[in-house]
Design a protein around this ligand. Structure first.
Ligand code: THU
Length: 132
């Protein structure tokens, strides 16, 4: 694993973000256990609450391809402040990723910090609670 293949895809995803309302472009990339990369961008809507986060888009692309295990995550956004997945997306990632999965928090120039999903969402509720 390594981010060198993930960064260009995240940059491309950021460029395709549909964010006319917030103007905050986000790109996300997940690596499946099959080794493939899946990218997504945020897709906003005039009815604000139904917009999609970039992470949700990347997860959808992965599941549509038949993969359901995430082994690495990268999220990219602009700005002074370090980007980090929203609460809802932490839980979305948790469905398909273990606590020790690295989450790279990036700006367009590269990785600023790497954390684990368990650090972002401690004591999480997941599929095992439902016997899955
Ligand atoms: N956004 C993401 O796509 N991912 C995140 O982790 C944080 C927020 C998007 C949602 C919305 O389109 C814009 O960023 C501003 O909140």
């Amino acid at each position: 694993m390594g981010v060198s293949d993930m960064l260009p895809l995240a940059n491309a995803m950021m460029a395709r973000a549909y964010a006319p309302y917030s103007k905050f472009h986000v790109g996300a990339v997940v690596r499946g256990s099959n080794g493939k990369l899946y990218g997504g961008c945020n897709v906003e809507n005039a009815a604000y609450p139904i917009g999609n986060c970039a992470e949700a888009s990347a997860i959808s692309a992965m599941v549509a391809d038949g993969e359901t295990r995430i082994v690495e995550v990268l999220v990219m956004g602009e700005g002074e402040e370090l980007i980090s997945p929203c609460g809802g997306c932490r839980q979305r990632l948790r469905e398909f990723a273990a606590d020790d999965v690295p989450v790279h928090l990036c700006d367009p120039n590269g990785v600023r910090r790497t954390v684990t999903l368990g650090e972002l969402l401690p004591l999480s509720f997941g599929p095992s609670h439902l016997g899955k």
